[in-house]
Design a binder for this molecule. Structure first.
Ligand code: AMP
Length: 266
């Protein structure tokens, strides 16, 4: 179980308001922890896969190994939901309602949020996108932005898992309210029920991990996000990975595929 990489995503999580934050830096790659990013040939990855396949956990492991920044749109919405009511714009309030129901936030809101943070996408240290793009419209907008900036994707990793296992993972997921570490009541239970092994914080179930929201999220995935598999396959970027096993096993599989792919390209 890996505790999240901390404090390397302030400009991403806070957006333009981070500029005035005392703990922020204009160059987010400076704050990355373990490995310095390769600035000549940085990794620019998209992680695809249904909710619950473990994209967030893999993104954290990949961030530590590759040095590129973990950019999750779901984390941006969750960070916004923790702000005071009066600090939430009407668009964000509406987006949080979609999120609570397990529905996708409209493309226009998501793209506005990503565009406000485009420095993170264009950063010389690269990125690991988790939960974005989630529709063909978002994928087209990202492609256009990257083409305008003459940047290219390294690969699109698609994590695959049968639906019954996905439902089990989502319904058993518990998150620490303090350090955000993730547990699973069946597969990776904490030592003490409902208490985080790392910091003693209380574990909670995300609102969108409740059964009615899970059904809506899986339906939204099939309808809107699964078509991206063909989109990126046609661009020759897709790397399918079986998402069974422990996070470390899935990570090892991912690294093997990425290094095979890079050696083929060079
Ligand atoms: P995640 O943590 O990636 O599963 O995202 C949680 C929720 O945030 C999703 O169920 C959506 O309601 C919303 N969300 C996150 N990213 C996107 C996106 N790229 N497009 C639309 N909705 C999103």
């Amino acid at each position: 179980m890996t505790a999240p990489v901390k404090n390397d995503r302030v400009p991403w999580l806070q957006g333009p308001s981070a500029a005035s934050s005392p703990d922020s830096s204009a160059d987010c790659s400076v704050q990355r922890s373990a490995v310095p990013a390769d600035r000549k040939n940085p990794w620019r990855l998209i992680l695809l896969g249904a909710p619950g396949v473990g994209k967030g956990t893999q993104a954290e492991l990949l961030t530590e190994r590759l040095g590129a920044c973990h950019l999750s749109t779901g984390d941006v919405f969750r960070a916004a939901s923790n702000r005071r009511d009066c600090d939430q714009s009407p668009a964000i309030k509406a987006a949080l309602e979609y999120m609570r129901r397990g529905e996708l936030v409209p493309d226009s809101t998501v793209w506005e949020m990503v565009r406000e943070r485009s420095e993170c996408i264009l950063c010389t240290g690269g990125f690991i996108l988790d939960g974005f793009p989630r529709t063909l419209g978002q994928a087209e907008s990202l492609k256009e932005l990257m083409e305008d900036e003459k940047l290219s994707l390294s690969a699109v990793v698609n994590y695959e898992l049968p639906v019954d296992e996905i439902v089990q993972r989502l319904s058993g997921r518990r998150t620490c309210e303090k350090c955000k570490s993730v547990f699973n009541v069946k597969e990776r239970p904490p030592k003490v029920e409902a208490v985080c092994d790392h910091c003693g914080g209380r574990l909670f179930q995300r609102e969108d991990d409740r059964p009615d929201a899970i059904a809506v999220r899986l339906e939204a995935y099939e309808r809107s996000t699964a078509p991206l598999i063909h989109f990126y396959k046609n661009l020759g970027l897709l790397l399918p990975i079986v998402a069974k096993g422990s996070p470390d096993e899935i990570f090892a599989r991912t690294m093997n595929k990425l290094s095979d792919d890079k050696s083929k390209a060079s």
